[in-house]
Design a binder for this molecule. Sequence first.
Ligand SMILES: Nc1ncnc2c1ncn2[C@@H]1O[C@H](COP(=O)(O)OP(=O)(O)O)[C@@H](O)[C@H]1O
Ligand SMILES: [Mg+2]
Length: 458
Amino acid sequence: MLTYFIIIVLTLGVIGVYITNSMRQYNLNQKKIQILSQANVIAGYISQYQDLSDKSINYLLEQQQIDSRSRVLMLDKDARVMYDSNNGIMQGKLMPTAAILDAIDGNNNVEQLTDADDELIICAAVPIIEHKAVTGVIYYQASAADTVDFMNQIFATMLMLTILVSIIIGVVSFIMSGIITEPIRSLTEKLSKAAEENTDYIIEKDTGGEIGQLIDSFNKMTRQIQIQETKRQEFVSNASHELKTPLSSIKLISDSLLNVQDAPREMVDEFLTDMNVQVDRLTRIVDKLLTLTRMDNSAVVSRMEFAVTDITELCTNIAKALRPLAEQKHIELSCNADTPVYSKIERDRMWEAIYNVLDNSIKYTKEGGSVSLNVTKDENSVIIEISDTGIGIASEELYKIFDRFYRVDKARSRETGGTGLGLSIALTAVELHGGNIHVESEEGRGSTFRIIIPITFK
Ligand SMILES: Nc1ncnc2c1ncn2[C@@H]1O[C@H](COP(=O)(O)OP(=O)(O)O)[C@@H](O)[C@H]1O
Ligand SMILES: [Mg+2]
């Protein structure tokens, strides 16, 4: 506001000075023209009546309404003063000034001077011409005090106006700055208070307008952070728990082994086999975690190699890889993928995503059920649909199954070697390709997972 105020006052000042200066110049020029033409009129009269007496000249000047403060001199062509309206003081004296000599040469002359009282005077020297010959000079001196007074008056008015406008703008600026900054100040206060109290960063919204929008955005951001923070805490506690379970088993087994003296070979073998299973489980969890964190890391992602790949062929191979598992459970696995669909993908990530979803369908379908994999294509995306006649997922669980370590039935999942990371990995991989996964499911009837990936060659 101060800057704004200074700029306006400066601009006003500059404009004021400019206007008064141009007006002064204009008025002075007008005055000069007026004096010059009056001098010419006098010279014209004088050239008409030759050998005029001082008295008749005085009369002539009166007729011309030459005021008493002005002074008129008549000189002959030798620059000698023949007549002086100021009581004849200069009469008979030579006055060869530059202007007068120039007038004798036949030119009009006008100049401005300041007299002893510092008053502005305008002097005109014009030739008296008779029969095309210069016979003398009229030297006419007039005060420009009226012009100067007028200009001073204008200057004073301008100054007054500038000061008045500055005061008004100053007051308005002051009030406006208060109105504008007050909400920002109060918001800043609330923000720092919220940060200090550190419990709930949500700020009470008590104003509308831009500040209200700002509060809304801030609160939205805070809620996002809170959601992320809750997810992070859950993830850490889940991860620790998942890692701890096999570790406790291993600890238990090794403790029991150490406690048995001279254990028989078969017992050692059995214990070591159990331990091996737990170590495998640990390795699986850690591998999957690494896969996830790698996909979270943008530097790693930027190094991934995307290549144009036939997705149909990819799906056929995944079905082939999982067929033994399906056969083991007497599940009918059908794969409807014939026409090639090409898109630029990261083959390993995409393999993992589809594999995890198909693996789930086989895992969470009872013996004798069926699982199908369909690959179709629409205008700009490829749709991989994986349906099963399995146990299904309750609708209130549907939005959680993509969370890291989330499993609907922990015991069953662990039995089947699940870690709860499969779907998170699948979704992260698909999102990496700009795609998405939709689920429809009915408990006891089965589920359908739809992986949608935009087709791209860039
Ligand atoms: N096709 C499906 N049918 C029923 N439940 C499923 C299916 N796919 C996933 N789920 C549920 O979602 C959970 C998360 O899946 P996932 O992340 O792959 O973990 P898991 O390692 O347990 O398979 C599973 O534990 C299971 O409860
Ligand atoms: Mg799984």
